[in-house]
Design a protein around this ligand. Structure first.
Ligand code: G3I
Length: 333
């Protein structure tokens, strides 16, 4: 009985807490900064849910296709391309005046099986062709590309992907050169998670981009995913980390921000989540060359988190009913 009463009071508090937040009193988030403000978007929701589309269109000025540009989606079968999802998002962005962050050209995940089976020389040709075909198709329509995604292990060693194992260290420089040839105006990024703060993985990324710049490889930015969890604490040294990349003459983008909450959600945890989002936002705004703040989806209605981290969720700025959460209000008071 007491437990039920407590639960009821907790739920009521939570309701009051979330509903008390006015719907965008200050205007949309994109007007509260001079950075690009983006969200990952999934084409099936964009097509099926008017309220999803409305909030995305109102709040953000950049979109990143969540899955639609990945190799496994665009060329699941060798030689058979499916651009339907990617085209729809690029079209939506053009119609609504948004820029597009392309995601992603070379990644070990969501990679079709047929790619993994190729021998080295053919793999190299296929990677070049994939980059040329995809970046070439959207030439002039992509503001920034995540060219290489998640190339490092946590200890700073290279992740042993099919690309690393068969093509060696040089595959990264090659990928950037091929992407640049296909779309010379797009800003080209390396992108990774757990490189928010100062740690062995961000050190390795730093050393790599420094060396690529020294060799004249066309790399323009570092994408910091920023998938954070209240369970692990806020990464230390984020501002310093962003600043050291910028000092190399590179742009920095926050590319996939979200903050997972260990369930159940409580008003206190929503405040902590707001603290985390604000710290990421502030770290980006502290460095002139941090040019973008993108979240990995914007509503708890659709998020990759519960599938991958059972027991955690509610990682976005808006709740399942598209009401702004305290984190949203913190960024856009
Ligand atoms: O499209 C199929 C559908 O036909 C099928 O019925 C269904 C059954 O599971 O799967 C659907 O594909 C899923 C796809 O998302 C679309 O919903 C895949 O199984 C699922 O693995 C895939 O997950 C994506 C994940 O990347 C893949 O690793 C997430 O949506 C996406 O948010 C996530 O995004 C990544 C970034 O690209 C890179 N950084 C980390 C981030 C989070 O993991």
């Amino acid at each position: 009985m007491i437990v039920r009463t407590r639960l009821a009071v907790g739920a009521a508090l939570l309701l009051v807490f979330t509903q008390a937040v006015p719907a965008s009193a200050a205007g949309p988030l994109k007007h509260n900064t001079n950075r690009y403000v983006g969200s990952a978007v999934a084409v099936q929701h964009l097509n099926a849910e008017a309220d999803y589309k409305k909030v995305l269109t109102r709040e953000f000025d950049s979109v990143t296709p969540e899955n639609e540009m990945k190799w496994g989606v665009v060329e699941a079968v060798r030689g058979q391309y499916d651009w339907s999802g990617a085209d729809a998002i690029v079209d939506y962005a053009r119609r609504t005046g948004k820029t597009v962050r392309g995601h992603t050209l070379v990644w070990h995940s969501q990679l079709p099986d047929w790619v993994g089976g190729l021998e080295a020389a053919e793999l190299r040709r296929v990677v070049k062709d994939h980059i040329r075909t995809e970046a070439g198709r959207y030439r002039g329509k992509i503001r920034a590309w995540d060219v290489v995604n998640e190339a490092f292990n946590e200890d700073g060693t290279r992740r042993q992907t099919v690309f690393q194992e068969k093509l060696g260290d040089r595959y990264i420089a090659d990928a950037f050169r091929w992407a640049h040839a296909a779309d010379p105006k797009a800003k080209l990024y390396i992108n990774d998670y757990n490189i928010e703060g100062l740690n062995p993985k961000s050190d390795a990324t730093y050393e790599l981009v420094k060396s690529l710049k020294r060799q004249g490889v066309p790399i323009h930015g570092v994408g910091i995913q920023a998938h954070l969890s209240l369970m692990y604490g806020f990464p230390s040294g984020m501002k310093e980390n962003i600043a050291r990349f910028a000092a190399l003459g590179l742009d920095v983008a926050i590319t996939e921000a979200d903050v997972r909450i260990p369930l159940p959600v409580t008003p206190e945890k929503l405040v902590s989540q707001a603290d985390y989002f604000e710290q990421v936002w502030d770290a980006c705004h502290a460095v002139r060359r941090c040019v973008e703040f993108t979240t990995w989806g914007f509503t708890d209605r659709h998020s990759w988190v519960p599938d991958v981290f059972p027991g955690e969720g509610a990682a976005c700025l808006f709740d399942e009913n598209l009401r702004p959460k305290p984190a949203y209000t913190r960024l856009n008071p």
